[in-house]
Design a protein around this ligand. Structure first.
Ligand code: ASP
Length: 334
């Protein structure tokens, strides 16, 4: 489909659907006087899945799990595994573009509706890092494992080692090596890191995020994707958010946590995503021309939001039985 037609078809700019009846409720947080403001609609939208980029099959898979009564946690894990196994996607799982030395290293995290979190960082040779992150969350007293330790842990849990560098990604890397120019180019149009949020039939929210990170990154570099509050954050009382794009910028503003906290204060998911992008682009002297950041968010009522710095950030959303890929609204319209 030509870009223009595609845009016309998906002319909904961000799904920041503000509830018709937007009463503010508040409830006490334990040991805190802080109030949680939750916008209500008459009927919350459930089940619901939202994910970064054009991730039709991953979202369809997550939705199919939810339809069978699975938890939001199972749904996001299974959805993300689809992209990790997709060798054509060069930014997630097998087939991901390598670092400067030619090694594919993966980052992933997962967060459940009870506020539990697990992550793995800089993992080689294991494709389904999202499932390894879940094992870290459920089977260890820790929240993060890195590099060799994470790989050994995965193997101890029955994950198979395999070569993640496909011929196509190897060729792209060899071509890059000729000039070895390091520019953190963010893929602004196509599939990239997958961040996924789901609300199950009981209204519980979970999220997952998995990536190979920036292409040709310095060995050891980790972005936002596996970092709690950066690439992903979920608070079951409020909602969830996930990020894609230049991880360094997301981390400096703790983007996903910020969005959830803004929703807690009563902002719609759309407003919260827009404010979070504003935190990046409105820094004095910030030159945002050459990097992209995109956010998605959902609240407890199933209202959603998406916003990016530049055009061409898309996201998939499954709700009311339909799975659509939509273009996000964006900041840089100059
Ligand atoms: N956020 C990812 C990272 O910085 C990359 C991306 O989403 O393209 O590692």
């Amino acid at each position: 489909m030509k870009r223009r037609n595609f845009i016309k078809k998906a002319s909904v700019t961000g799904l920041g659907i503000v509830a018709a009846s937007s009463t503010l409720l508040s409830c006490d947080e334990t040991k805190s006087a802080e109030k949680t403001a939750v916008a209500t609609t008459l009927k919350p939208v459930r089940p619901l899945v939202i994910a970064t980029w054009k991730t039709d099959l991953a979202v369809e898979t997550a939705a199919a799990y939810l339809a069978k009564g699975a938890s939001a946690l199972d749904a996001v894990e299974q959805g993300c595994r689809i992209e990790e196994a997709n060798e054509k996607g060069q930014s997630v799982g097998k087939g991901g573009l390598p670092d400067r030395d030619g090694n594919v290293t993966l980052d992933a995290c997962i967060m459940d509706s009870k506020g539990n979190y697990g992550a793995v960082l800089g993992v080689k040779n294991i494709k389904h890092v999202i499932s390894v992150a879940r094992k870290v969350m459920e089977d260890t007293p820790h929240v993060m494992l890195v590099a060799e330790g994470a790989e050994q842990f995965a193997v101890s849990k029955g994950f198979k080692r395999e070569n993640l560098l496909t011929e196509a990604s190897k060729k792209a890397w060899e071509k890059w090596k000729v000039k070895s120019e390091y520019k953190p180019i963010i893929n602004i149009e196509n599939h990239d890191t997958i961040g996924m949020l789901a609300v199950d039939k009981n209204g519980n929210i979970s999220g997952a995020c998995t990536t190979s990170g920036l292409a040709y990154k310095l060995p050891g570099r980790v972005g936002d994707s596996p970092i709690i509050g950066g690439g992903l954050f979920v608070d079951n009382e409020v909602g969830g958010a996930s990020a894609t794009g230049l991880g360094e910028e997301v981390l400096k503003t703790v983007g996903s946590f910020l969005i959830v906290e803004l929703m807690r204060q009563g902002k719609s998911p759309q407003e919260a995503c827009e404010i979070a992008i504003g935190r990046i682009v409105n820094k004095p002297g910030k030159d945002f021309k050459n990097f992209q950041v995109g956010y998605i968010a959902v609240n407890k009522q199933g209202e959603t939001g998406a916003y990016s710095i530049h055009q061409w950030f898309s996201y998939n959303i499954f709700k009311n039985g339909e799975n659509k890929n939509l273009q996000s609204d964006y900041f840089n319209k100059a």
